[in-house]
Design a protein around this ligand. Structure first.
Ligand SMILES: [Zn+2]
Length: 263
C-alpha cells in the first residue's frame, strides 16, 4: 500500500476555509506507518486530455494551476502504482470530482481522477485479448461527482458509479449505513472492470455534513472495494481523496485505507 503525498498538499491557497491545509497535514500524520511516495505535477498535456485549454488558462488566472496540477499528478502516480499491481491512496488537495471539462465548482479545479484514468487507460490490459480494459470509478463522496460523470458520459470504457450521493440539486437521499454499504456491494458485483478507481470523499461521515457513516463503515467499504478488485482485476485499485471536512477526516481515511490495503 502506497500513500501518495507531498508536503505541498498542506500549503495554504485561496479556497473555502473548510478545505484547509490540515486536511492533508493531519491525515498524513495519521498514515505515518505506511510507505509514502511523492508525486510530480501533472503536465499540461495530461490535463488537456480532460480539460479545455481555455478552462486550464482560467484555473491559471485564479492562481490555482500549480496546486491543481500537483493534485492531478498525485492521482496519476496512484493510478500508475495500481497499474503496476500495488494499491495506492492519493492524499491530495484540492479535490476534483466537481471539475468538468470546461467548468468546476465545489472547491474543485482539475478532475484528478479523470486525468489519472485518461493517462493510463490505454495501458490497462483487458480480459478480452487485444482490447483495452474497462475502468470502474466508484465515488463515495457525499456529493454527486457531476464533473467525472460528465467527462466520461460517452465513454464505454469507463463506468462512473455515485453511491447514495446527493444529486446536483442537493436532494439528500434517505439511506442508512447498511443501505449505503449494500449499494457499494451491488455496484462492484454488477460491474465488469479491469481497474478500480475510487473518488474517496468522507463528508458522508456521521459527524460531517452527511451524518451517515462511522469509522467501521469506511473500513468495510474499503474491504468490499479491495475484494471486488481482487476478484475481478487482480487487485488493481487506487483511491483519491475528494471531500471530507470534519476534524476526524484523518481517522476516516485511516479506516478506509485499512480496509482497502492488501492482506
Ligand atoms: Zn463532497
Amino acid at each position: 500500500m502506497k500513500i501518495v503525498y507531498s508536503e505541498k498538499f498542506a500549503e495554504r491557497y485561496s479556497t473555502n476555509p473548510v478545505e484547509g491545509p490540515d486536511r492533508a497535514r493531519l491525515s498524513a500524520r495519521k498514515l505515518q506507518s505506511y510507505d509514502f511516495i511523492e508525486p510530480l505535477p501533472a503536465s499540461l498535456e495530461e490535463v488537456s486530455r480532460v480539460h479545455s485549454r481555455e478552462y486550464i488558462e482560467m484555473v491559471r488566472r485564479k492562481g490555482m494551476l500549480a496546486p491543481a496540477l500537483l493534485a492531478a499528478g498525485g492521482a496519476c502516480l496512484a493510478a500508475e502504482i495500481a497499474l503496476g499491481g500495488e494499491e495506492a491512496f492519493a492524499l491530495v488537495r484540492p479535490p476534483g470530482h466537481h471539475a468538468a471539462s470546461d467548468h468546476a465548482w465545489g472547491m474543485c479545479y482539475l478532475n484528478n481522477v479523470a486525468v489519472a484514468v485518461r493517462k493510463i487507460e490505454d495501458r490497462i490490459e483487458g480480459k478480452i485479448e487485444g482490447r483495452t480494459g474497462k475502468v470502474l470509478i466508484v465515488d463515495i463522496d457525499l456529493h454527486y461527482g457531476d464533473g467525472t460523470v460528465g467527462i466520461f458520459r460517452w465513454d464505454d470504457g469507463v463506468k462512473v458509479a455515485n453511491i447514495g450521493a446527493i444529486d446536483p440539486g442537493f436532494d439528500y437521499l434517505a439511506l442508512d449505513p447498511a443501505g449505503y454499504i449494500g449499494q457499494v456491494e451491488r455496484t462492484v458485483a454488477q460491474s465488469d472492470f479491469d481497474l478500480l478507481a475510487v473518488s474517496a470523499g468522507f463528508d458522508t461521515y456521521a459527524l460531517d455534513w452527511g451524518g451517515l457513516l462511522d469509522l467501521a463503515d469506511y473500513r468495510e467499504i474499503g474491504r468490499i472495494l479491495r475484494e471486488g478488485a481482487e476478484e475481478r482485476c487482480i487487485g488493481r485499485r487506487f483511491a483519491v481523496l475528494e471531500g471530507g471536512y470534519h476534524q476526524d477526516l484523518p481517522l476516516c481515511i485511516r479506516s478506509f485505507v485499512e480496509g482497502f490495503e492488501g492482506p
